[in-house]
Design a protein around this ligand. Structure first.
Ligand code: CUA
Length: 344
């Protein structure tokens, strides 16, 4: 029963606690397909080793156990067996080679940049505790939701601004360390449209487990449309509602722009908010309701400990936070949204 409980909790763990598209076991991209095939290969090898050891053990146990009437019997004593020792040295070496060769080949393939110029390139910066995406070929930046076209190879050039992070979208990609001093490149390719959950996979501080993001895979046509819409953003545009307009003024008065950018400004102390109203989640994991956003603006520390927004702006009243939330939620520059990609 205990073993069963352990196995079922392990299964739940591997399936990503029920979150959609957060499992390496249902691959929907090139990197995760490669990982999945390696998982199967190593599991087969390990099962073979496990069975070989257990079966040998049971046979020896039954066949050579002390029998009745043989209490004083001492079996023939052997010392070394060249053939046996050769076999149990050579077989493990062969098994290790079977696992190592494809692992090494795929590791190098996924980080091979020789064809990067022919494909989409996006610069990724890992920050405590959010992700910045620079569509450098298009001249704009965004954060937290990474839009990519279905079926196309996308090269991610990854660097960290503070400490080491690790980029991982289990359903689409392998894992890649995001370092402070050297850029790592990995390409990803998604097979199906949809929204895919990403995690930071390197312990990076108190809110490491909350450093979530999404990869939003849309059709190539929708992707082109999204790019055009994002390039078209006018950060100075006046919001339609009066409340949002007041929120915009409060946003500017309280110097939120010191850290956050709207439009293509390079400011990136905090996430770029250009398409904030389209976000699948706030702060990486909160549902996009105004109530959650007000809670976040009022007290980010209680939601995501150690984040850099804490203490960096004056005290706001709930009414002011509400107006700022109203302003941010209407920042929706594109018709192409996670909903059109299949939602969460
Ligand atoms: Cu970033 Cu863990």
């Amino acid at each position: 029963i205990k073993a069963l409980a352990l196995l079922s909790s392990l299964a739940l763990f591997l399936s990503g606690c029920g979150k959609d598209n957060l499992t390496a076991l249902v691959p929907k991209g090139y990197g995760s397909e490669v990982s999945f095939n390696l998982i199967i290969l190593t599991t087969v090898v390990m099962t073979f080793v496990f069975l070989a050891v257990i079966i040998t053990y049971v046979i020896v146990l039954l066949r050579f156990r002390k029998k009745k009437g043989q209490e004083d019997f001492i079996p023939k004593q052997v010392e070394g067996n060249q053939t046996l020792e050769t076999i149990w040295t050579v077989i493990p070496i062969i098994l290790v080679i079977i696992m190592a060769v494809p692992t090494v080949i795929h590791s190098f393939t996924l980080s091979d940049t020789s064809e990067a110029d022919e494909h989409i390139n996006i610069d990724v910066t890992g920050n405590q505790y959010w992700w910045h995406f620079d569509y450098k070929d298009e001249g704009f930046q965004t954060s937290q939701d990474l839009y990519i076209p279905q079926g196309e190879r996308v090269y991610l050039n990854m660097i960290a601004s503070d400490v080491t992070h690790s980029f991982w979208v289990p359903s689409i990609s392998g894992k890649m360390d995001v370092n402070v001093d050297n850029e790592n490149t990995m390409y990803i390719e998604a097979y199906e449209e949809g929204v895919y959950w990403g995690k930071c996979a390197e312990l990076c501080g108190p809110s490491h487990s909350l450093m979530d993001f999404k990869v939003i895979v849309v059709s190539p046509e929708e992707y082109d449309q999204w790019i055009a819409d994002m390039k078209d953003v006018d950060p100075e545009a006046e919001p339609e509602s009066a409340v949002a307009q007041e929120g915009k003024e409060l946003f500017e008065e309280n110097n939120c722009m010191g850290c956050h950018a709207i439009g293509s400004s390079p400011a990136q102390v905090g996430p770029n908010l250009t398409n904030f109203g389209d976000r699948t989640k706030f702060a990486g994991f909160l549902d996009p309701t105004k109530e959650n956003l007000v809670d976040w603006i009022m007290d980010p520390e209680s939601i995501k400990p150690g984040n850099k927004m804490t203490g960096n702006y004056p005290d706001l009243s709930e009414d002011e936070a509400d107006k700022i939330a109203e302003y941010l939620m209407q920042l929706q520059p594109s018709e192409v949204t996670p909903d059109s990609a299949g939602g969460l």
